[in-house]
Design a protein. Sequence first.
Lengths: 365, 365
Amino acid sequence: MSNALRLHRLPSPFRMHRGGELHEAVIAYETWGRLNAARDNAILILTGMSPGAHAAAHPDDPNPGWWDEIVGPGKAIDSSRWFIICVNSLGSCRGSTGPASVDPASGQPYRLQFPDLSLEDVALAAHQVALGLGIERLHALVGPSMGGMSALAYALNVASAAEHLLLVSTAPHSAPFSIAIRSLQRELIRSDPAWNGGDYQAGNWPTQGMTLARKLGMTTYRSAREWRQRFGRSRVADAERDPTPFAPEFSVESYLAYQASRFVNDFDPNCYLYLSRAMDWFDVADYGGSVAAGLARIQARSAMVIGVETDLLFPLEQQEEIAEGLRDGGIPTLFAALPSIQGHDAFLVDTPRFAKAIAGYLATT
Amino acid sequence: MSNALRLHRLPSPFRMHRGGELHEAVIAYETWGRLNAARDNAILILTGMSPGAHAAAHPDDPNPGWWDEIVGPGKAIDSSRWFIICVNSLGSCRGSTGPASVDPASGQPYRLQFPDLSLEDVALAAHQVALGLGIERLHALVGPSMGGMSALAYALNVASAAEHLLLVSTAPHSAPFSIAIRSLQRELIRSDPAWNGGDYQAGNWPTQGMTLARKLGMTTYRSAREWRQRFGRSRVADAERDPTPFAPEFSVESYLAYQASRFVNDFDPNCYLYLSRAMDWFDVADYGGSVAAGLARIQARSAMVIGVETDLLFPLEQQEEIAEGLRDGGIPTLFAALPSIQGHDAFLVDTPRFAKAIAGYLATT
């Protein structure tokens, strides 16, 4: 755990949205900048599925964060102006309580005894962090990918949660294509004998299942167009080829293997299952019977919704649906459809384009 | 084996494109209609990866075929006018010799001892069937999906192979996205312990790997748009739900499970691996250094290329590339971009649209 990470103890018990409760649960978070005296300059960032709270380099932890080019002094989300908070999601494994944490009742890891996790729980746990920091109302709530769904859950469950909403490459609910991909990822993990019904042991993780799930994820995080430019039909050098029949031969295959190897021991498999399912479950339509009715319940002074033309996993029409629904509900909403070729991951890699859009929006708030 | 299936014995040895040879190999095929006296009314259909030679109902086998709404008397590929041949690909398991066949040298199934399979082998074996039927030059060569790639291989390797080419939802080579998906499918099969390096036994097939590979395939055969209309966020009825944690809950998940269950014992896993890799390997650019140079070598009096806007696996730009290359090579070429929402599988299911395009083209030939 880095020196910049702080822990906030949740109310105990913390009641979960779909039933069950947690005791002595904590949320890990980091902050950048200073909360002003009026306590009205706070921006809370909710993350995608796998990142932790370390969104950017910090005086106490100079390692680059997952959104380092967007968050920091003088950057699009400017820590010299805003008090920025980033939380590790409830249910994750980067400091917050999740299925890999020890259940104080049993002294053993929760594993599948962790209660059903929903993005409402992620949102309300993050809200407790804001309250704990003395913030009644956020200046802005920011969420890319799953974080955008959590931000919607936050805004739907906490009246006057934030003055402004910035929703990036996200959706009002998961479309069946995304559900299919995530369901298959979960099945790949569960099909690994080492998963063992969730009772895997240290040193014997379901690494094969996690590898396959990550590779599948990677096919949906970028775009066919980017890969065509980047890899084309280039081959792995003969000297580096594994001679096993059907082993990787094209560069794109070794790229997938490399990406998976970086992830596979870095994220707890049960946490992955819980967070992945929470994304499939979340639905703005649960609030009022339709996506439009749900979005119309949200209160904010303004919103911006950003999406990318090449996003397979959270297709642009879903960001458009959010923007239209917020507008129909009376919130002045900017909608930016960016021509990035990096697909869903563009917010992490096509940062000049995103920085410009985000900085431009925050300047108006 | 159905009563309509015929076997053609290949020259022995049959030398393979990438080295090695087969002895006593056969190709399974079916025919519809009659070859005329001039032997100039033959249409040869090369198939996608998994279908067999039974493209349509036949007097000796009235079961519907995989392209039943396109092939038959009075249909778009009209058996009352044309002598239609459909071959089961070399390397497949539906009557033709493949990795599941017995190697006459050992008396044991080839399994991974089968020589490397390329689409050039599929094409040249099909050409032997045409020659065996007394056909020197086809009226038309037709290929959807992998069959279109095999048809390109045919036209590139047999001078004056066919008067006309009809290429459907296919590509001059596999793009990295498609390679990634297929590589992952192959890895899913190989990762199943029951695959056992290819030496699986009857009754203990790598069904888990095949199930996962088929589910992954299904996510790329249709389109997100179709699934959104068809499934939305509908759920499996409570009474039908498996109570196991993380078991299918959304209709799209049970659809994938159903589709996989229909396929998993119906196709030999090693044949799947060989044919899948052959698709990744094939490249028109191998003929002359670039796709354009390769296409410019093809001779025909006309061509039609059909594609679908929502195809993820063989994106429309690849059909456009073929059409432009054939045109640049001097072949009058029609290009039809169909607005089907069924993605890559549209040629199998949006048949009225395809029938109209195909019938219209064949009427001009």
